[in-house]
Write a protein that binds this ligand. Structure first.
Ligand SMILES: [Zn+2]
Length: 656
């Protein structure tokens, strides 16, 4: 074994203590939720009041002000000492929605979204409501106690995500009710209805809705463009509440304003990265795929085709690209019957302790991929950032380092969207942009994620395309598992059989628009997130036990890998007697490591099976190797672009 087999990043051995924490925390749900609520309060209090929407430009995203490239990387170099200054400069340079409201005409695509009659009615209602809301400050004050009572009632009635009292009401009906409420009530009143909607977002009901078509499908389910373009940006371990808590994250929020946001939760599913990313990249939850930890198993993707497999099988002409700085994600992209056309695996840049340069390399490679996209071909780009999760593990989700990592991804998103806008302006075509995370993070350092606290189960899906998704909308039906079925549908294909996800283009009937106001959008999303709770105690225990057992073979393997790497390092130094001894020791160490893995993995698989993972398997007995990934170690961002462009026609892994 080599260090290269040491898969992914580690949450810390403290995960083994997690079950105790999960048990202790179960009876103390409000404490977990308080963090989010605090973030919500601090965010909303600083919002400006809404402005009426005017005449926006047709089908165009709001232009992003490009940041000078040279500044970005110069800022990175001095980040530790001059972070505050950097932030201030960034704020000054960017169109900060929270400080300076842009002219109403700048609203991206609002009012020009190609909607059906319901959408037009919604639009009309929104326009009618605006003057009242702007002038209704006293009414807002009056309405608030009622709203609080409603929210409190919902919380008291059912601390989990399910509220029996409203679970039978059709979502569409509630949506209409919300729309009709919009004119006379304050934004907070609207958000209380959203919370009620959140309560009914239940997988069982969702599946029931799917075949019976209770939710009216959107008029447009696929793009008119015969060569569609879809970009999925994956940001590992990112809490949307923390994104919104920092006004500097203007690019995230800009995508939300111009698209539809789902403050989704994966409660009831494990909050470990590989199971979640496999769900995102296959459309199937970990309970079926059998992925229970961060160990890569290629056999999974033979049985459950990835989004790349599905697209390439359906239409080999689709140009598929994956860019990632976690080797497991890159490995997924090359797995299955046919992998992505281009895979750029970006290794951790030496000395990049906060992962900002490594994330920047992902961002730059993504910009290069967008720039190189052929408008005459269908294009799919998946771009994955690990930096936020790394900082969450190292410092905790409430840390400044975590906030800095989120801000850095936001800057990269801004630059990527600038590239997207430029490309669209040059070609007249449109990109659908989806941003998604796999799980959230605990506030404190150590545990990270893996269990069922609301901070860990909190996820999000942001879908942005002015032709497909309601600007400023909130949707409580979207799930992270919907990403692959959505992407496949956008290219005109049919999602793989037995997919758990559905195309979110068919869930538009559940989209509600809180009100045409930035603060209301933030408040609505944050209030929904703040209301999520734990699953029932049985599910909580079951998933906690599964996480503990599943983590043992993973962490043991990492430990043996580290020892092996040390021995190999000593062996390479040609020290008299010592080096040959170290070389000789690697064999028994690897043997013990493999046997230990096999034994603990077998137990983990049995536990997984007993806790509802139908895909759990005792085969393979030993840990399967990663595909031969060759990452770019060059810190110069240009190198990644050059690699992509130069090697763009080769299949499989691109070598640096
Ligand atoms: Zn993760």
């Amino acid at each position: 074994m080599t260090a290269g087999r040491c898969i992914g990043r580690v949450g810390g051995l403290a995960v083994a203590l997690g079950i105790g924490t999960a048990l202790a925390g179960w009876g103390d749900c409000p404490a977990w939720a308080d963090t989010t609520a605090g973030a919500a309060g601090s965010t909303t209090s600083s919002q400006s009041t809404g402005t009426p929407s005017g005449a926006p430009e047709k089908n165009q995203r709001k232009p992003v002000k490009p940041k000078p490239k040279s500044n970005k990387h110069a800022d990175k170099a001095g980040k530790d000492t001059a972070d505050k200054d950097t932030a201030d400069r960034d704020n000054a340079a960017k169109p900060d929605k929270n400080v300076q409201k842009p002219a109403a005409a700048d609203k991206p695509g609002k009012g020009k979204v190609d909607k059906g009659e319901a959408g037009k009615a919604d639009e009309a209602a929104r326009r009618v409501s605006l003057p009242r809301v702007t002038a209704a400050v006293p009414a807002k004050t009056v309405a608030t106690p009622t709203v609080t009572a409603v929210a409190a009632q919902a919380s008291a009635a059912q601390p989990t995500v399910k509220v029996a009292a409203v679970s039978t009401a059709p979502i569409a009906k509630l949506s209409r009710a919300l729309r009709s409420l919009q004119a006379p009530v304050s934004p907070l009143s609207s958000t209380s209805v959203l919370v009620a909607l959140a309560a009914v977002r239940d997988e069982l009901e969702r599946k029931t809705l799917k075949p019976t078509s209770t939710v009216a499908p959107q008029p447009v389910s696929t793009l008119a463009d015969t060569t569609p373009n879809v970009l999925v940006i994956g940001v590992d371990g990112t809490n949307l509440s923390r994104v919104l808590a920092d006004p500097a994250n203007a690019n995230f929020f800009q995508l939300m304003q111009g698209g539809t946001t789902a403050p989704a939760s994966i409660v009831g599913h494990t909050t470990i990265s590989n199971p979640s990313w496999t769900a995102i990249l296959t459309g199937v939850w970990g309970e079926k795929t059998g992925v229970i930890n961060n160990i890569f198993n290629p056999a999974v993707y033979d049985k459950w085709p990835t989004v790349f497999n599905q697209l390439e099988t359906f239409n080999p002409g689709i140009q598929t690209t994956a860019i990632a700085n976690w080797d497991v994600v890159s490995a997924i992209a090359v797995s299955g019957s046919v992998g992505a056309d281009h895979v750029v695996n970006i290794s951790h840049i030496a000395g990049d302790s906060d992962w900002s340069l490594t994330d920047d390399a992902v961002g730059d490679a993504t910009e290069a991929a967008i720039a190189a996209a052929d408008p005459n071909k269908p294009n799919f780009v998946f771009s994955y950032f690990v930096g936020v999760d790394e900082n969450g593990h190292n410092y905790g989700g409430a840390s400044q380092q975590y906030a800095d990592a989120v801000r850095n991804v936001d800057q990269n998103i801004g630059e990527i969207m600038q590239q997207v806008n430029d490309w669209e302006a040059a070609t007249g075509e449109q990109w659908t942009v989806i941003v998604v995370t796999d799980h959230g993070h605990q506030a404190s350092k150590g545990l990270g994620h893996g269990f069922q606290s609301p901070n860990e189960t909190s996820t999000f899906v942001i879908a942005n395309n002015p032709n497909l998704f309601t600007a400023g909308g909130v949707n409580l039906k979207y799930q992270i598992v919907d990403v692959t079925p959505t992407v496949v549908t956008l290219f005109g294909g049919t999602p793989a059989p037995k997919s758990d996800g559905v195309s979110i283009t068919n869930l538009g009937g559940s989209t509600v628009t809180p009100i045409d106001d930035d603060a209301a959008l933030r408040a609505a999303v944050l209030e929904v997130i703040g209301k999520y709770g734990y699953p029932d105690i049985g599910t909580d225990l079951k998933l906690g036990v599964r996480t503990v057992f599943a983590s043992v073979p993973y962490f043991l393997n990492q430990g043996f890998d580290a020892v092996t790497a040390q021995l190999e390092s000593v062996a390479a130094q040609h020290i008299f007697v010592i080096s040959p001894l170290a070389q000789a020791m690697t064999v028994p160490v690897q043997l013990v490591g493999s046997l230990t893995y096999a034994a603990t993995n077998a137990v983990a698989q049995v536990v997984a099976r007993l806790t509802g993972v139908t895909g759990a398997s005792l085969v393979p007995i030993f840990m399967p190797p990663l595909p031969p990934l060759v990452g770019t170690e060059d810190p110069a961002p240009v190198a990644a672009c050059t690699v992509l462009v130069a090697c763009g026609t080769s299949a499989g892994i691109i070598a640096a």
